[in-house]
Design a protein around this ligand. Structure first.
Ligand code: PHE
Ligand code: ZN
Length: 881
């Protein structure tokens, strides 16, 4: 074998329609974990719209047994087989191709293609995993009708599933059995799936809007049979929601979900057969937290919604990934907002976007929502494609209005059903259904980087006018030195001295608009908007609901922020004013800390928090968010040079000082909220637990024995994982004998449950006490941990490197060295998981010179390895470039 070459860059500009099309695929699997035989029969035709040329089928890590053309077995001279392709020349316009390959699921640690997870055989094909099953045109614009026959030993593999409907089955005399599945909907290979195992099935049904009855099934390892209810309920909620919100009805007689323990991502929308990471589907009150319940509901929704946004209408090529992902995230966010608290959902979505996506946009991997090149597509399942993509679709909805957006998506689904299309096609449908011109809007898809929006207000007392000046710019990103102005929808409101909403009337308008919010459209680098009939000087509430994914600069002093925190009628902006106030105060204190001054928390902040606490019964979920300080990572992103130690010290100091001053309030509120009752997943109880545990986290900074007692009591009484884990997290950050005791008894109680054991690993990974890294290293030798299991890796290594900055960035560089070693080891097993872990180095150039040098050395150590996967190679080389 030759040494692998540096991976090729693939360009959107090189896109060509496929030379050959597949009409039908008939797959036969003789399943066995050691060696599985795959026979594929393809009815193919030359694409009349194609450029001609040879047939090139993708294939990797396959053992080719035979190739048969129109019934005639081909000799090796009649095709060309490399380690990534099977090429056949001089083919007729229509032909039948039969290919037999052999694969080894047991050897598959990359978890792409067919693999063995616990007692289950399953597949993962997106994006390019199908080529590890058989030779095939493995690209999303080749759609075919699949028929799949699975054969295996019946005792070991009693359940065998694939896409579509089961159409036949039978048994052989030797104890083997077979099942045949047919999926009538043409689909690309990335949506193919199969599952085999001895699985428990929980069943239910859903009647669609046209009265069809659909069977719903969740398949899990028998030990998890008590953890299916929540996902099943979420699925029914999602099916109903998609009918109401988007007019989308399900289109098969059966919908299946399978839970597997080894999975690279969260879940996968295979047609009719969604495969889930067990952590994203299994839940019971005793083992899953409120956050888990919430996430499961949204992921079950997300995968279900893909049935239309992704499956019925799919992507032409992988540059269009956000066509399905951005839109589907926007859909799952709306689903969660409708079923829970819309205000809290928006805050959490924006908070995550700013923490993760803004950092990506500001770093070496910055790319547009529709990228124009990549080396390894697996590296582009990013927060930019998903979360920024969702923001872009949300802006389209803002521009078209609710009804107009629905008209647009109706047109999109009707026009492109059964097709593989582009983000341009999506925007065109919204445009045409609403008579909009979205040419400039398209820059959101093509330009990377987070735009910066500056706002200035000038009040003219004599004229009674307020002139709002909006300015935009966008920093350079790799390959894009200059940016054109974006079309930015800026939602604004005006607030009077008494906190009341003021009328919104622009110059030349005869009367104010209805409502307290209106959207200004910024299209130039700079524009003025003048509001009239304002006898008093108003305060501007800008970017309400975070109407565009931009960084906002607005000169506001702490007093004004405090006023907006209390009075803005937009709940998002109330929260955001509070966050800005926190950031301003924390950054000022960090500067003091750096110059060696004594730190004092401004009274204004304490007063604000006191007011929030006194008012907490109003909206407990929002209150919990309002009380939460910005994360250390987010603070780091606000500094020219991130000072890890100062951030950690100052943030801890501020939290503790607030706890000291407001102790009585925190204690009273805790007492009031701490009620022992049966667990229920509903907005009110969720909010109550969230606020209660926020109070406890403040109280625990006091390091008083009575608070530790309180925390231990909560853990002892807890009848749900939310309260138990919240307690454990806090106890683990307090040095003392109770720490080790709590960890041990938690493990004793839950060692049989993988999802809970992962939480136990994470709690230790996030400890800010010294010795955390040493502990992590020893946990890697623990029977509970395997480097082959992505959930273990993410729970321990991933959490430490991404969410424990004060330990990961230890001065001696030990955290960096550790991560580099793990990435090198992981790359041999699972390149996708290895490449993801590199993300912890994304912002390496934003730290001081010492740390930069150490991180660079760690990255270089990885880059120096000669046999890197394309996944790791692409990211390491872009980070070092
Ligand atoms: N398409 C999946 C989703 O977003 C994510 C995924 C990508 C899963 C690649 C596996 C592999 O729902
Ligand atoms: Zn998705």
């Amino acid at each position: 074998m030759n040494a692998p070459l540096a991976p090729q860059t693939i360009y959107l500009a090189d896109y060509q329609v496929p030379a050959y099309l597949v009409k039908t695929v008939d797959l036969h699997f003789d399943l066995d974990p050691a060696q599985t035989l795959v026979s594929s029969k393809l009815e193919m035709m030359r694409n009349p719209a194609g450029q001609g040329g040879a047939l090139k089928l993708d294939g990797e890590q396959l053992q080719l047994h035979s190739v048969t053309l129109n019934g005639q077995r081909l000799s090796e001279a009649e095709y060309d087989c490399t380690d990534s392709r099977l090429v056949i020349d001089s083919l007729p316009d229509e032909f039948t191709l039969e290919i037999v390959t052999e694969i080894q699921p047991d050897q598959n640690t990359a978890l792409e293609g067919l693999y063995h997870s616990g007692q289950i055989l399953c597949t993962q094909c997106e994006a390019e995993g199908f080529r590890r099953i058989t030779y095939y045109p493995d690209r999303p614009d080749v759609l075919a009708v699949f028929t799949v026959t699975l054969t295996a030993d019946k005792a070991q593999w009693p359940i065998m599933l694939s896409n579509g409907n089961q159409v036949a089955s039978g048994e052989f005399e030797d104890g083997r059995h077979w099942v045949c599945w047919h999926d009538p909907h043409p689909k690309p290979a990335y949506l193919f799936a199969l599952v085999a195992g001895d699985l428990y099935c929980q069943q239910d049904s859903f009647t669609t809007m046209s009265g069809r009855q659909v069977t719903l099934q969740i398949f899990v390892d028998p030990e998890n049979k008590a953890k299916c209810d929540h996902a099943l309920l979420s699925l029914k909620q999602a099916m109903q929601w998609d009918e109401q919100a988007f007019g989308r009805e399900y289109d098969l007689d059966i919908f299946m979900i399978v839970a597997v323990n080894d999975f690279n991502m969260g879940a996968m929308e295979n047609k009719g057969l969604n495969i889930f990471n067990a952590a994203c589907v299994l839940a019971s009150p005793e083992t899953a937290t409120d956050d888990d319940f919430y996430t499961i509901q949204s992921i079950v929704g997300h995968e279900y919604f893909h049935n239309w946004s992704g499956n019925r209408v799919t992507c032409r090529d992988w540059f269009q990934l956000s066509l399905k992902e951005g839109f589907t995230v926007m859909r799952d966010q709306s689903f969660s907002a409708d079923l829970n608290s819309a205000a809290v959902q928006r805050i959490d979505d924006v908070d995550m976007l700013r923490r993760m996506q803004f950092a990506e946009d500001a770093g070496p991997m910055a790319h547009p929502v529709r990228p124009d090149s990549y080396m390894e597509i697996s590296n582009f399942y990013t927060v930019t494609i998903y979360e920024k993509g969702a923001e872009v679709v949300r802006m389209l909805k803002t521009l078209a209005g609710d009804a107009g957006f629905r008209r647009g998506t109706d047109l999109y689904f009707a026009r492109h059903d059964g097709q593989a299309v582009t983000t341009d096609d999506f925007v065109s449908a919204i445009e045409e259904a609403n008579d909009l011109d979205l040419a400039q809007f398209q820059r959101w898809y093509t330009q990377a980087g987070t735009p910066e929006l500056t706002v200035e207000c000038n009040y003219n007392q004599a004229e009674k006018t307020l002139t709002v000046t909006l300015q935009q710019s966008c920093p350079a990103t790799p390959g894009q030195p200059e940016k054109q102005p974006f079309l930015i929808p800026v939602a604004v409101g005006l607030i009077g001295e008494q906190g009341q909403s003021l009328p919104l009337q622009l110059t030349d308008e005869t009367q104010p608009i209805d409502g307290d919010t209106r959207v200004l459209l910024l299209t130039e680098n700079q524009q003025n908007f003048t509001f009239i009939n304002l006898p008093e000087r108003p305060k501007l509430s800008v970017l309400r609901g975070f109407s565009a994914p931009v960084k906002l600069t607005q000169q506001r002093d702490n007093a004004e922020l405090a006023f907006m925190m209390a009075n803005d009628s937009d709940s998002f902006n109330r929260w955001d004013a509070g966050q800005t106030l926190f950031i301003n105060i924390l950054l000022a204190l960090i500067a003091e800390y750096q110059s060696g001054s004594t730190l004092v928390v401004p009274e204004l902040l304490t007063d604000q928090l006191a007011a929030i606490l006194d008012n907490a019964s109003v909206e407990p979920a929002l209150t919990a968010r309002m009380l939460t300080l910005p994360s250390e990572n987010y603070l780091a992103a606000q500094m020219a040079v991130a000072d890890v130690d100062a951030i950690h010290a100052v943030r801890s100091f501020v939290k503790r000082s607030l706890a000291v001053t407001l102790k009585i309030r925190f204690e009273n509120l805790y007492q009031q909220l701490h009620q022992i009752k049966p667990y229920e997943f509903n907005a009110a109880d969720l909010a109550q637990r969230s606020l209660k545990n926020t109070c406890l986290s403040y109280l625990m900074t006091l390091t008083e024995p009575v608070q530790v007692e309180r925390c231990l009591a909560q853990m002892a009484q807890a009848n749900n994982m939310t309260d138990l884990l919240a307690g454990l997290r806090l106890i683990v950050d307090v040095d003392g004998p109770q720490r080790q005791q709590a960890l041990e008894s938690f493990y004793q109680q839950w060692q049989h449950d993988r999802q809970v054991v992962d939480k136990w690993l994470t709690v230790q990974a996030l400890s800010t006490l010294p010795g955390t890294l040493t502990n992590i290293k020893s946990l890697m030798q623990h029977p509970a941990f395997s480097l082959k299991n992505p959930n273990n890796v993410r729970a321990l290594i991933g959490q430490f490197c991404r969410n424990n900055p004060s330990q990961f960035h230890a001065r001696d560089g030990s955290g960096y060295q550790f991560l580099a070693e793990q990435i090198i080891a992981l790359d041999k097993l699972n390149p996708q998981v290895a490449a993801r872990q590199l993300g912890a180095f994304n912002s390496w150039r934003r730290y001081n010179a010492d740390r930069q040098k150490q991180m660079q050395a760690a990255l270089q150590m990885i880059a120096d390895k000669s046999d890197l996967s394309p996944d790791v190679y692409e990211i390491v080389s872009k980070y070092l470039a």
